[in-house]
Design a protein around this ligand. Structure first.
Ligand SMILES: *[C@@H]1O[C@H](CO)[C@@H](O)[C@H](O)[C@H]1NC(C)=O
Ligand SMILES: *[C@@H]1O[C@H](CO)[C@@H](O)[C@H](O)[C@H]1NC(C)=O
Ligand SMILES: *[C@@H]1O[C@H](CO)[C@@H](O)[C@H](O)[C@H]1NC(C)=O
Ligand SMILES: *[C@@H]1O[C@H](CO)[C@@H](O)[C@H](O)[C@H]1NC(C)=O
Ligand SMILES: *[C@@H]1O[C@H](CO)[C@@H](O)[C@H](O)[C@H]1NC(C)=O
Ligand SMILES: *[C@@H]1O[C@H](CO)[C@@H](O)[C@H](O)[C@H]1NC(C)=O
Ligand SMILES: *[C@@H]1O[C@H](CO)[C@@H](O)[C@H](O)[C@H]1NC(C)=O
Ligand SMILES: *[C@@H]1O[C@H](CO)[C@@H](O)[C@H](O)[C@H]1NC(C)=O
Ligand SMILES: *[C@@H]1O[C@H](CO)[C@@H](O)[C@H](O)[C@H]1NC(C)=O
Ligand SMILES: *[C@@H]1O[C@H](CO)[C@@H](O)[C@H](O)[C@H]1NC(C)=O
Ligand SMILES: *[C@@H]1O[C@H](CO)[C@@H](O)[C@H](O)[C@H]1NC(C)=O
Ligand SMILES: *[C@@H]1O[C@H](CO)[C@@H](O)[C@H](O)[C@H]1NC(C)=O
Length: 643
């Protein structure tokens, strides 16, 4: 049964981004000598440290260019950066929220990408190239994962091609009216899941979900990235050359046999080298490439290890596992094989406690010794769920670790918090609160406006800077990064589509992407021509503070315009009630644009005001051929609150 060891070595050596098995089934390989896969979370990994040296050489150059183009008064970017004894770290975070978050996020990231036409002249082009870290969660991780796992492709490249992000048909019904094509897709998915089971590994709905998503994100080649691994990102040239930021996917741990998720939950990050958590409840990282190996305290229990467990789609599916539940609307009578068995058993057992769970077995953290709590490390299984389930729908965690020393985080919030699917800053409060709990462990997050404040002062009408003044933050554990919060704002199309909208035609898709570009750039720098300057001011601010450099008048004006002044709203409720309706009040531009009937937004606008006036459940929208009933009952109450 076992391959001879030399054969295993040869296979392991020639694989690049891919599972040595060439399929979805994890593969046996020989263990590295003296292997010990787990380490305490006391710092960043050696691999990350080494990689950062290369990355900083590149971000320094791009940052200098970006700052130069901002044309700040009395400021020489080159001199400034050279005077520092470190590199400035910019972190980007993309929230969850299904395809709405993926597409708005795509437009937002394209506005920072100097590969996008127009990003240099009326956007923030080059900021992506100057960023050190890139975090995605749930729908946001579909975006960051698609880019990273496709050899660091660009949004513009994706939408000008026709191989990925074809969202016209939901994954439930991938062939559209061609039911044979749909059926054959499900057969392929079924075979892949069967392969993993045959190799002796447990599977869960998340395996099916991840496989199904993968065809949209990785195309038909390699059968929808069936053997593509997340750790394989480290084998792509743009990563090897550090020409892309360091990517994270964020998920949340769930204690075995419970459904409880709160700010005590363990937040996990996947990065190209490791999986793990900085939280005291685990405080460990494991080498991602060897996940799936039988280990105790991180040491293999035999000389046979496993590779290929960390399938790319499986990781992206884990971070977005709440959407697993869409699979339960699959027509089981037209399915066969293992997919039928799994869906059928969930439908009949109504095992609601685990239908959003990704099962990782064997648990790579079994019997490790660094965790303050035993819950995770004593279990044979590691259970991970959607990164947004703890209400922290923006993936801040990896970027707040003092060890990563991030100066500024650009936080793109495409959550659906309000009745009409716009963000209301809820996740900022969740992350703020967490620092004071037992899982905070030295991370800090700037003071945040209360929900009432955000609403009463219309704070999601434009970008918002938090933590502008470090001297105001000394009561916190450490000085946190400055946060540039950029909410979804509708300018040229109603970008507040339902979290449950599972299909988009290319026009809808591209319109939301364009709107995302506009939201990140203050409507292509037309609302504020100084926006690029103000972003530059935010980036250099922490280092200016550290070095006692007085802020220029120009930057002070920017901070006046964009920083939260610390004032909490204490006024009466009627103001809040009035402001609740974002669709009618906040988004002036799209209101006037749709009034003028431009961009075909009239039809989407009416769809949106429909959802405004209706309840959460009624706002759920599915592909035409599927009944909304089941999901409206089973899923909406859960997701509705969270995204
Ligand atoms: C992998 O190794 C395990 C023992 O560690 C064995 O049970 C299993 O059958 C092997 N799988 C393959 C595909 O060789
Ligand atoms: C992006 O910026 C780099 C560095 O200035 C430059 O070499 C490259 O040509 C730019 N790319 C585009 C598409 O403008
Ligand atoms: C804003 O810029 C983007 C990227 O160049 C472009 O696609 C979009 O049409 C512009 N929006 C407006 C309203 O001109
Ligand atoms: C990945 O992109 C780089 C350019 O950034 C290119 O040189 C390389 O051939 C690509 N690799 C693959 C596998 O497509
Ligand atoms: C979180 O954990 C702490 C310490 O274990 C405990 O005191 C607190 O009640 C927990 N909070 C929640 C919401 O479970
Ligand atoms: C499910 O699929 C079967 C076989 O393809 C078909 O006869 C049946 O009408 C389908 N049921 C629904 C509810 O679509
Ligand atoms: C803000 O969002 C949270 C979470 O989605 C929601 O519970 C709350 O009702 C929202 N508040 C307002 C005023 O929109
Ligand atoms: C973080 O947690 C670890 C493990 O519990 C502990 O050793 C460490 O001192 C904590 N760090 C801070 C800054 O609290
Ligand atoms: C918030 O927006 C509403 C509607 O545009 C406006 O009436 C109100 O004055 C604004 N509030 C503040 C504090 O700007
Ligand atoms: C900045 O000023 C403070 C207080 O005046 C001083 O303690 C600190 O050493 C100065 N830092 C630098 C880098 O000059
Ligand atoms: C900063 O500190 C001052 C003085 O304590 C306080 O008045 C102000 O509200 C604070 N600002 C913020 C943003 O916390
Ligand atoms: C929100 O505004 C829209 C458009 O003006 C209106 O149709 C809708 O009834 C309002 N909804 C609420 C809850 O006030």
């Amino acid at each position: 049964m076992l391959l001879p060891l030399y054969a295993l070595l040869v296979i392991a050596d020639c694989v690049a981004a891919f599972n040595p098995s060439g399929s979805y089934a994890p593969a046996n390989v020989s263990c590295p000598e003296d292997a010990s896969f787990v380490r305490p979370a006391s710092g960043i990994s050696e691999s990350e440290t080494e990689w950062l040296k290369k990355r900083h050489a590149i971000t320094d150059v791009y940052l200098a260019e970006f700052l130069d183009r901002a044309d700040l008064e009395d400021f020489d970017a080159q001199d400034f950066l050279e005077s520092l004894n470190r590199s400035i770290n910019v972190g980007l975070a993309f929230s969850g929220g299904g395809y709405r978050a993926m597409l708005n996020g795509a437009g937002q990231i394209s506005a920072l990408d100097n590969r996008t036409a127009g990003a240099d002249s009326h956007g923030l082009g080059g900021l992506l190239q100057a960023s050190t870290y890139l975090a995605g969660l749930s729908g946001g991780n579909w975006l960051t994962g698609t880019l990273a796992l496709n050899n660091w492709t660009s949004v513009e490249e994706i939408i000008s091609g026709d191989t990925i992000w074809d969202l016209e048909h939901s994954i439930i019904n991938s062939g559209g009216i061609n039911i044979f094509s749909t059926a054959s897709r499900w057969d392929d998915i079924s075979d892949a899941i069967q392969d993993k089971q045959d190799a002796g590994f447990n599977t869960s709905l998340t395996d099916i979900w991840g496989r199904a998503l993968s065809y949209q994100f990785f195309g038909e080649e390699d059968d929808g990235g069936v053997s593509l691994t997340f750790s394989g990102i480290a084998q792509f040239e743009p990563f090897i050359n550090a020409e892309m930021p360091f990517p994270f996917s964020v998920a949340v741990g769930r204690a075995p046999h419970t459904k409880i998720i709160n700010l005590n939950s363990t937040v996990f990050e996947f990065n190209p080298f490791e999986l793990g958590s900085w939280d005291p409840s685990l405080y460990s990282f494991t080498e991602l490439k060897y996940m799936g190996s039988d280990v105790s305290n991180g040491e293999p229990t035999s000389d046979i290890c496993v590779q290929g467990y960390d399938n790319g789609g499986f990781v992206l599916g884990t971070s977005s596992s709440l959407f697993n539940q869409f699979l339960l609307q699959l027509n089981t009578t037209s399915l066969s094989g293992i997919v039928y068995d799994l869906i059928y058993s969930f439908l009949t057992n109504l095992d609601e406690d685990s239908d959003d769970v990704a099962i990782y077995h064997p648990n790579p953290f079994l019997d490790t010794s660094y965790a303050a709590l035993q819950t995770i490390v004593e279990s044979e299984y590691l259970y991970l769920v959607d990164g947004g389930e703890d209400y922290q729908n923006i993936p801040f965690a990896p970027l707040l670790q003092p060890e990563r020393d991030v100066d500024v985080i650009f936080a793109f919030d495409n959550s659906a918090d309000t009745d009409d699917n716009f963000p209301n800053g809820t996740s900022l409060s969740a992350t703020y609160d967490r620092q004071f709990g037992s899982q905070g462990n030295g991370t800090s997050f700037p003071y945040v406006p209360s929900m009432d404040t955000i609403i009463a002062y219309n704070l999601t009408e434009k970008p918002l800077f938090l933590g502008c003044n470090a001297s105001n933050l000394t009561d916190l554990g450490t000085i946190p990064p400055l946060v540039v919060y950029i909410p979804n704002i509708a300018y040229t199309t109603w970008s507040n589509t339902s979290t449950f909208k599972m299909s988009y035609d290319n026009d809808e898709r591209d319109a939301i992407i364009q709107n995302g570009f506009e939201a990140a750039t203050r409507y292509n720098l037309t609302i504020d021509e100084n926006w690029h300057k103000c972003v530059a001011c935010a980036i250099i601010h922490r280092e200016q503070e550290r070095n006692n450099i007085t802020q220029s008048d120009e930057c002070a004006e920017c901070f006046q315009e964009y920083c939260w002044n610390g004032e909490q709203y204490t006024g009466d409720e009627t103001v809040l009630a009035r402001s609740l309706n974002y669709t009618s009040s906040s988004n002036h531009e799209v209101s006037s644009i749709s009034a003028a009937g431009a961009d075909g937004s009239t039809s989407t606008a009416s769809a949106s005001s429909q959802s405004t006036s209706s309840s959460h459940n009624a706002a759920v929208s599915f592909g035409p051929s599927y009944s909304a009933g089941f999901i409206a009952v089973a899923v909406a109450p859960m997701i509705g609150l969270m995204f």
